[in-house]
Design a protein around this ligand. Structure first.
Ligand SMILES: [Zn+2]
Length: 81
C-alpha cells in the first residue's frame, strides 16, 4: 500500500493531525480552499515549515531533517537550485 504524502511538504497524509481538505496537500499547507503559502520560494516555504514544526514542539534535528526533505516534494522538485 502506498502512503500518500503532502505534495508541498511531504508529510504523510496519514499523520496529518488536522482534517485535510485536499487529497494532495496536508491541513497545514492547504486551508480554506487554497494553499497557505502561495509563493514559489522554496527557501521561504522551508523557513515557515521549520518554524511551525518547532512551534509544534518537534526537536531541532527532526525539524531540520523534515525541512531539508521538502525540496523533494512534487511541488518544489521542478525547481533546480
Ligand atoms: Zn503539507
Amino acid at each position: 500500500m502506498k502512503t500518500k504524502s503532502c505534495e508541498s511538504c511531504l508529510m504523510p497524509l496519514s499523520q496529518d493531525p488536522g482534517k485535510s481538505e485536499s487529497e494532495r496537500y496536508c491541513s497545514y499547507c492547504f486551508k480554506d480552499g487554497k494553499l497557505c503559502y502561495e509563493g514559489t520560494d522554496l527557501k521561504e516555504f522551508q523557513k515557515r515549515a521549520y518554524e511551525s514544526m518547532r512551534a509544534k514542539g518537534m526537536n531541532k534535528f527532526q525539524a531540520k531533517f523534515f525541512t531539508w526533505l521538502i525540496r523533494f516534494a512534487p511541488r518544489w522538485r521542478t525547481q533546480t537550485r
